[in-house]
Design a protein around this ligand. Structure first.
Ligand SMILES: [Ca+2]
Ligand SMILES: [Ca+2]
Length: 285
């Protein structure tokens, strides 16, 4: 029997045993020869695995109490506290404007004055002073404001000087507006003209220069006398005449008459209406 020079204690889990601390060779020989030591604890000097399968070289896991409370997670500081946005007071309430009912709509064409009495009230009157409904030439412009209410366009003006036979008439102007004019019906307008007349066929006969409408009647005589052959009788006159009563276009013509006096034999053209001698053109509205 060998003596132990030292003792050590081996703890395996809850199992513990003690053994003599022997020199390596002593332990080995003892295990081999079965003379000493707890052979149950060491089945092999090389593996250290005992008969129960315990690995003497590997310490068991440290004892852990299954009932011990788990350590809390490490402390994590919360996000830094941020102050909310400063309070902003809303805009002060502003009351809307009080509702104002609109004025009642009224048609200006059917209300208000109608100064010219044509049934179209002044606000919508197309031709103030005239009947908007009269558009004889149907060109869309009321005759009262139509530059030529007797057709699409005004006719060409007659020559400023017109000669027929021994009579010349020139410078004709009606109502001082020229020799192509628009006039009202049955109106009195002034006619201005100059004339020159000779009579070489009957040097001692009375003659007339008749002025009038065609179609229509003689209006007056610009000359009524005994013109000479060698020396023309001349003159300038301004004479009021009456315009035709019916809408339309009329010529103002002259006619050489050989009556005893202007209108002596007839209240109309002497010898019938003249075929020429147009000195002005009018449109009667
Ligand atoms: Ca009117
Ligand atoms: Ca018209």
């Amino acid at each position: 029997m060998r003596s132990c020079t030292a003792v050590f204690v081996l703890a395996l889990g809850s199992l513990s045993f003690s053994a003599c601390a022997l020199p390596r060779d002593a332990i080995g020989s003892s295990l081999i020869d079965g003379g000493i030591g707890p052979q149950d604890a060491f089945a092999s000097r090389d593996t250290g695995i005992d008969a129960a399968g315990h690995d003497a070289h590997v310490l068991p896991d440290a004892f852990a109490d299954p009932d011990a409370p788990a350590s809390p997670d490490a402390y994590v500081a919360p996000d830094a506290f941020a102050l909310p946005d400063a309070y902003v007071a809303p805009d002060a309430y502003v009351a809307p404007d009080a509702y104002v009912a609109p004025d009642a709509w009224s048609d200006p064409c059917t209300t208000g004055p109608d100064s010219d009495g044509d049934g179209v009230h002044d606000a919508c009157d197309r031709c103030p002073g005239h009947d908007d409904h009269v558009d004889v030439d149907a060109d869309g412009t009321p005759d009262g404001c139509d530059s030529w209410p007797c057709g699409a366009t005004a006719p060409a003006a007659p020559p400023a000087s017109v000669t027929v036979g021994g009579v010349t008439v020139n410078g004709v102007s009606i109502a001082t507006m020229g020799n192509v004019v628009v006039v009202d019906a049955s109106a009195s307008v002034g006619v201005g003209l100059s004339y020159s007349v000779t009579d070489c066929g009957c040097t001692n006969c009375l003659d007339q220069i008749e002025i009038g409408w065609s179609p229509g009647s003689r209006q007056f005589c610009a000359f009524d006398g005994n013109p000479r052959c060698s020396t023309a009788s001349t003159g300038t006159i301004a004479q009021p005449i009456t315009t035709p009563a019916t809408h339309g276009q009329y010529d103002l013509r002259f006619h050489f008459a050989q009556d005893f006096a202007c209108g002596r034999s007839s209240t109309d053209w002497y010898g019938g209406p003249p075929a020429d001698g147009t000195i002005a053109i009018v449109c009667v509205r």
